[in-house]
Design a protein around this ligand. Sequence first.
Ligand code: F6P
Length: 342
Amino acid sequence: MRIGVLTGGGDCPGLNAVIRAVVRKGIDGYGHAIVGFHDGWRGPLESSYEELTIESTRGILPRGGTILGSSRTNPFARDDGTARIGETMESLGLAGLIAIGGEDTLGAAARLHGEGVPVIGVPKTIDNDLGGTDQTFGFDTAMSIATEAVDRLHSTAESHHRNLVVEVMGRHAGWIALHSGIAGGADVILIPERPFDIDEVCRLIRRRHARGRYFAIIVVAEGATPVEGTMEILSGATDEFGHARLGGIGQRLEREIEERTGFETRTTVLGHTQRGGTPTPFDRVLATRLGVKAIDAAHEGRWGQMASLRSMRIELVPLAEAVASLRTVGEEDLEVARAFFG
Ligand code: F6P
């Protein structure tokens, strides 16, 4: 059997571990051939690929990024997307595809499967917001990087008696902000799921000062927004899936907090450092387990499924179910963090 594999969307530590698992078990375990497509859906659309071998995937387990490249190409942004992917697969003699991606890449995979393309999904995103799985690989690494940053910022904030706003990734879900904020002992955590009240943020900071703590750490997810009409926000360009380029909420908060409280406030934007570099052992193991499950599923012809983590076990769930809704931070999760605010 010949099987294609691609990595789409924002990159994430652990992608190479999945590719390696698919190749190793696919070739050694089943005697299949694995074709790696370049740059997400652009690969099968433009027939850009390479044959993957045990040798070409050696040493990639601890490497960040993806050896195949990634892009936010949307196959449905063009009329002939499904047909072109079908033609490429036919010309290469592929039985099916393994798509490693987040909501957009797997959303496209689910739709392609509905149009007759055999696909299996593997969930990835540092944002940890995919449905159908308890956790995505990449999240543990991103959260560890963000926690280390919060720890480091704590000591300098304290020395200079100033507030530090830390802007982390998280478009629709505040998992990175919540977990790094709890792990790092943040004084305020702002997430996309709950529009924030700037008056309340300033009240918490003032209360902290009144208690003799002359600094505060505010962790904000890039997708966090103020309650409508209470603070001006910026908007940016959009990608092929219609998502705006985020970033800027940290700086807006810096200005607003400083003006309203009179306390010096600075911002650090962690940005893509959260997505780069070597995956944590947890992410390496999770990505490897998901990769093995995906190639097992392809071998058995169980197309239209996604490998997923459920109560510590790796299982298959229907792709359509997994992309139906995002996994966001709930009130209960936030309640734990709130106990330590201010
Ligand atoms: O992959 C999701 C994500 O990490 C979001 O949190 C963020 O908005 C986006 O990627 C930014 O990605 P890029 O800068 O590559 O478009």
